[in-house]
Design a protein around this ligand. Structure first.
Ligand code: AMP
Length: 282
């Protein structure tokens, strides 16, 4: 595996691959890699001839008081994992090269960030779409593989690449979970033991909501009441930030379930914020 830190070098490498007729698959990450990230790389390998992974903890997607400084990082371990996964290129840009002092340009996708994580983290998705645009411009891939763990993010990036005609295929990978159902996340290591044992309640709650919906329930308010009760009993230390059902296309909350919907939850355990979701279609 080759490690590239410089944007120009990254661009030249991609150009050479494209000239050789090779399809480039790209997996953007913030590092502290886990099986969820590795599953996306596997998809990228199957869909393309060569795979680029980036690791960049993007400061512009963290709000004031959020965990940019304490976000888990372990470059050495990540490099070892990527070597084992036979990835071709690790792109590891430096913050000052991505955001030099005179940096002024931001990309924003209107309307899809008013709810869910967009409501609780103002400015977060503008940071995400800005860094993803920059990475796509530097890496010039044919496809990018994103996790449905961050479903609103994936929806927004899909809209952005369509609207701005990036000409890149966006592929969604399924959520990879721990043995008890907790969605894998780099932040899970920061949970206390007690919070870790309560955290699987998110997935169990979503799974039972899904079962209730599949058995015919369409009323979102009744689902909300059910999940609140479930979390109160099974994750008493968790502070529910939101539980929402939104229309997949518009990312706006609905009261009756119909068509393709995202059932999403966010819970805070101390200062660790966890999200999980189910994408359902009727
Ligand atoms: P992050 O490093 O958290 O920014 O995530 C990088 C990519 O990995 C994003 O597309 C995430 O949606 C995806 N991802 C994170 N956790 C998981 C998971 N448990 N399963 C599948 N994909 C994931």
């Amino acid at each position: 595996m080759k490690i590239i830190r410089n944007a120009q070098e990254m661009r030249e490498w991609s150009y050479s691959q494209r000239c050789a007729g090779k399809k480039i698959g790209f997996v953007p990450t913030m590092g502290f890699l886990h099986e969820g990230h590795l599953s996306l790389m596997q998809i990228a390998k199957e869909k393309s001839d060569t795979v680029v992974v980036s690791i960049f903890v993007n400061p512009t997607q963290f709000g004031p008081g959020e965990d940019y400084e304490t976000y888990p990082r372990d470059e050495k371990r990540d490099i070892e994992l990527l070597e084992e996964s036979a990835i071709d290129i690790l792109f590891l840009p430096r913050v000052k090269d991505i955001y030099p002092d005179e940096y002024r340009t931001f990309v924003s996708v209107k309307g899809l960030d008013s709810h869910l994580c967009g409501a609780s983290r103002p400015g977060h998705f503008e940071g995400v779409t800005t860094i993803v645009s920059k990475l796509l411009n530097i890496v010039c891939p044919d496809s990018a593989v994103l996790g449905s763990k961050d479903a609103q993010q994936a929806r927004i990036i899909q809209q952005m690449t369509d609207d701005l005609q990036f000409g890149i295929e966006i592929i969604l990978g399924a959520i990879v979970r721990e043995h008890d159902g907790l969605a894998m996340s780099s932040r899970n290591v920061r949970l206390t033991q007690v919070h870790r044992s309560q955290a699987s309640a998110l997935h169990r709650g979503l799974r039972s909501s899904r079962k209730v919906i599949e058995s015919g329930e369409r009323d979102v308010n009744r689902l909300k009441a059910g999940i609140k009760r479930h979390l109160k009993e099974n994750a008493p230390d968790g502070i529910l930030e939101y539980f929402e059902v939104v229309d997949w296309e518009s990312m706006t909350p609905i009261e009756r379930i119909d068509g393709k919907v995202l059932v999403a939850v966010a819970v805070k355990f101390g200062n660790v914020r966890l999200i999980d979701n189910e994408i359902l279609e009727f």
